[in-house]
Design a protein. Structure first.
Length: 527
């Protein structure tokens, strides 16, 4: 029994019931296979792992005391009428099955006619039970050849436990669930948490600004004109950049996060404004105003194909998850959206009044949606599975689009100096809004990033990079270093501490953990 000198409530705020807490520990010890420890704790604490009602039911069911079992079910407090009826039905069903198994058809029929028929349950279940009675315990009772009565009764106990609410039955692995919820809540409450994997139970998670990219760790200056676009590869091992100097560059990311020049892609005659990595990271698409879409081999740096015989005004491009089909959008209303295979064969085209000029587009990583920015202010979301389209109308002109890696969310930059985040499936009536950066005249691009895409980063016309936690409308970090407009940012999908930014100052800056964080890591290694 519980000692009178032990508190009934635990915790610094007295919010944890001691009996419930010990019960959860006992239950979890059993689930981990520590049966002896669980049994000792039951004995020492005087707190049983099962409730009195459940223990009584277990005894009554295993000994086939059906009438007592029914009485116990009626005595359980907090059991809703529908739940009680379902529980009684299971008990009656088992009793009928056992009567039939020993040839007592009369008792089985009596339970069916006088007890089951009075229950307020789905008539189809009763009908199926009656059919089972006629077939001598066949389809109605789920009987399996070779099963003993004891095995069937234990199955009944399992089915009943699924119906009962706490405290009659404690949800399976409840302690594990509560601890995990606490860790997730703690992680989500931290604006700067940016590490993957399991969190420690030994200390509270308390991150500072050093957990997000905050300092310039490298400057890339191989371009000779404004840098308009950057994007890390899906595996995080490469970075591609494009510039108004009519080139794109592929950079290799080393294991120690240092970027080195790999290839310069020089076939374009006009500025290159957009690049897109194939999902398998073996190929790269490049395009720009007045330029045809080009496909490059990442390893060799060779141009494998130029799409189209003319020079459409290609604004953006994207890949399908199979790395075998591509799609591009055009700001020319006569061209609109094209889908090609890698040999340049046209697979599908969208054009006309319904699809006006396209400023930007994306295919969700799961391949379910094609999202395009049309007529400056419309977000068109086309579902390939249902062949349906949803249109979101913004009040201000949209300059760019980005999609989260889990295919759940999209963000758009507006010339009203706001970033709006929408859910792609259409569950939200209003977007989440983020502000603080400067944007009015130019195309500024933002991105999701960090652990679990928890952050949003964006360039800005005031030469800075802005970082938001998705739960906050105001930036948590503002990064300075560029000397002119920051056009585009990209967060490394595999290394959440790395961020790249492209600027009109002709440079690409790589941002990493603050010096404080790097020094702490170095001291840990030396120690």
């Amino acid at each position: 029994m519980i000692s009178m000198d032990k508190p009934c409530f635990l915790g610094s705020k007295g919010q944890i019931r001691r009996k419930e807490f010990v019960t959860l520990i006992i239950q979890y010890l059993y689930s981990l296979g520590y049966s002896r420890s669980a049994s000792l704790l039951e004995s020492e604490s005087g707190i049983p792992s099962n409730s009195i009602e459940l223990s009584r039911l277990e005894s009554q069911i295993l000994s086939a005391n059906w009438d007592e079992c029914v009485e116990t079910l009626h005595l359980i407090e907090g059991l809703e009428e529908e739940t009680l009826a379902s529980a009684l039905f299971l008990v009656f069903k088992q009793s009928i099955a056992e009567f039939l198994m020993v040839g007592d058809d009369s008792s089985a029929l009596n339970v069916l006619q006088k007890r089951v028929s009075k229950l307020k349950i789905d008539r189809e279940r009763v009908h199926k039970l009656a059919c089972g009675f006629v077939s001598l315990g066949g389809i109605g009772f789920g009987k399996v050849d070779g099963e003993t009565s004891d095995e069937l009764r234990r199955k009944l106990l399992v089915e009943l436990e699924k119906l009962f609410p706490p405290p009659v039955i404690v949800p399976e692995r409840r302690l594990e669930h509560l601890v995990e919820m606490a860790l997730v809540a703690k992680r989500d409450s931290c604006l700067y948490h940016n590490t993957g994997g399991a969190m420690s139970l030994y200390e509270d998670d308390c991150c500072g600004g050093e957990h997000v990219p905050a300092d310039t760790v490298q400057i890339l200056n191989n371009h000779v004109n404004e840098v308009w676009f950057v994007q890390f590869s899906n595996n995080g091992e490469y970075l591609a950049s494009s510039s108004s100097d009519c080139t794109a560059i592929i950079w290799k990311v080393s294991e120690d996060d240092v970027l080195s020049f790999k290839h310069a892609l020089r076939s374009h005659r006009n500025p290159v404004s957009f690049v897109a990595w194939s999902p398998d990271d073996t190929m790269l698409l490049t395009c720009g105003n007045g330029e045809v879409l080009r496909l490059w081999d990442v390893e060799s740096g060779e141009c494998k194909h130029a799409f189209g015989e003319t020079t459409p005004i290609v604004s953006s491009c994207a890949w399908f998850p199979d790395s075998e089909r591509v799609v591009c959008g055009s700001s020319d209303p006569d061209k609109c959206i094209y889908m090609w295979d890698l040999n340049g064969n046209e697979l599908e085209v969208w054009r006309g009044v319904r699809v006006p000029k396209v400023a930007d587009l994306a295919v969700t990583p799961d391949g379910e949606y094609l999202i395009s920015i049309c007529s400056d202010k419309d977000i068109r979301i086309y579902n390939f599975n249902t062949k349906t389209e949803r249109v979101i109308k913004e009040a201000h002109a949209i300059t760019s689009l980005s999609v989260s890696r889990d295919s759940q969310l999209l963000i758009v930059n507006l010339n009203s100096q706001e970033i709006h985040m929408w859910d792609i499936a259409g569950k939200w009536e209003k977007p989440e809004s983020y502000s603080g950066h400067k944007q009015g005249k130019y195309v500024i691009r933002s991105c999701f990033g960090g652990s679990d895409c928890k952050f949003i980063a964006s360039g800005s016309e005031n030469s800075q990079v802005y970082i938001w936690n998705r739960r906050k409308s105001k930036p948590i970090e503002i990064l300075s270093g560029h000397k002119m407009t920051v056009n585009c940012v990209s967060w490394n999908p595999k290394r959440p501490h790395l961020l790249a930014s492209a600027s009109d100052d002709q440079t690409i800056r790589i941002w990493g953990p603050s010096r404080k964080q790097r020094q702490a890591g170095a001291h840990a290694v030396l120690g």
